[in-house]
Design a protein around this ligand. Structure first.
Ligand code: SF4
Length: 365
């Protein structure tokens, strides 16, 4: 077996330390960072760690296929919508392909026995190893002395005596060792994965309940704004600050329409068909979430981005945009549109639901 491994890097202290333990034994290390574009771990921290350790780092996105893991995990969810065991299996399968591509002999991770309740107990660690096709090839240097020897240890490629026997949730020892080794700049353990967050989990659950094939863009949008679902199934997202308003407008394309007020108020991104009903509910939500003194007395003016195509959806948008082809607004390419304030109807009870509420844990394992 080659003295060469792939080390999964998360940006945290554990993975940096695991990679360092390999380097200390003269083992060549290829770093791998698997990125979820909606936020988990920290790419910049992983890049900084790799640079500090002097190892190459490959950054790969998990891709839309990962969404099937969230939709129906074989081993269930943790406290939110986090399918940790299936997630690790998915990631290790990618890591295995990268290991084969670079001609490495095994994979290294910073996992610590007992550190995470769902995926880092002894049984799940074994399940993850077996289901990812890496039996004997998955080395956890921080807890190795408490686990069965892996193939590189048995072959003498890795000196087991120089590995650690850590267990439990505390990170004092890792932090002390990192200080001694000069490892700095890693992310804090509190960073964590958004799928474990109750509010994010509620939005994720709602997304999967309404969209058959969500995309990573749909997941990225869950990190922005306040989310509402209309009775008809349309999603409306309101910006919570000016930056989010701009970002929502940036997402306005291919099935997403942004209604950006010309007065000081949140923008609304409508995901799905631009209908009079959806637009009316979006305007009503904007009005509800705007300070009364900021609301114009007579006419509410907006930019609509992208400009709806007249009569493209059964005539629903015929009164929505300005002159055909106009590209003057929203700072980008919106069309002007306005409505009399007196004509705005507040949404009826039950017409829209705020989906930003914590979900009950779907399945706990
Ligand atoms: S916390 Fe998130 S990224 Fe980490 S294993 Fe669980 S689902 Fe995957």
């Amino acid at each position: 077996m080659e003295k060469k491994c792939v080390a999964l890097m998360s940006g945290g202290v554990d993975s940096a330390l695991a990679a360092k333990l390999m380097l200390d034994q003269g083992i060549e290390v290829y770093g791998l960072y698997l990125s979820m574009s909606w936020g988990c771990c920290e790419k910049e921290k992983a890049q900084a760690s790799a640079q500090q350790l002097g190892i190459p780092l490959m950054v790969l996105g998990v891709g839309d296929a990962y969404l099937d893991v969230i939709r129906s995990p074989k081993y269930g969810y943790g406290s939110g919508m986090n399918p940790c065991v299936d997630c690790r299996i998915y990631m290790f399968r990618i890591a295995k392909r990268y290991m084969e591509e670079v001609g490495a002999g095994f994979i290294v991770t910073g996992e610590v026995l007992g550190q995470r309740p769902m995926s880092q107990r002894r049984q799940p660690l074994e399940t993850i190893e077996a289901d990812s096709g890496l039996e004997g090839l998955l080395l956890r240097p921080l807890s190795a002395q408490r686990l069965e020897p892996t193939l590189p240890e048995r072959l003498g490629v890795v000196d087991r005596a120089r590995l650690l026997g850590l267990e439990g949730r505390g990170r004092h020892e890792q932090i002390a060792r990192a200080r001694t080794e000069g490892i700095t700049g890693y992310s804090t353990p509190a960073g964590g994965c958004l799928l474990t967050d109750g509010h994010f989990a509620a939005k994720t659950k709602d997304l999967f309940a309404h969209v058959e094939r969500p995309t990573t863009k749909d997941m990225e949008l869950l990190t922005l704004g306040r989310h509402f679902r209309t009775r008809g199934g349309t999603k409306i997202i309101l910006g919570r600050n000016e930056l989010e308003n701009l970002m929502l407008e940036g997402h306005a394309q291919d099935g997403y329409t942004c209604l950006r007020p010309k007065f000081a108020a949140p923008s609304a991104l409508i995901a799905g068909t631009w209908t009079e009903d959806a637009r009316g509910l979006a305007v009503s939500l904007i009005v509800q979430h705007t300070k009364p003194e900021k609301l114009p007395a007579a006419t509410l003016e907006f930019w609509v981005t992208p400009p709806p195509v007249a009569a493209a959806n059964g005539g629903a948008a015929t009164d929505a945009a300005g002159p055909s082809g106009q590209r003057t607004g929203g700072g980008v390419n919106g069309s002007p549109w306005s409505v009399d304030r007196a004509a705005v109807r507040m949404a009826a009870d039950g017409a829209v639901t705020d989906v930003t509420q914590p979900a009950e844990a779907p399945v706990s394992t």
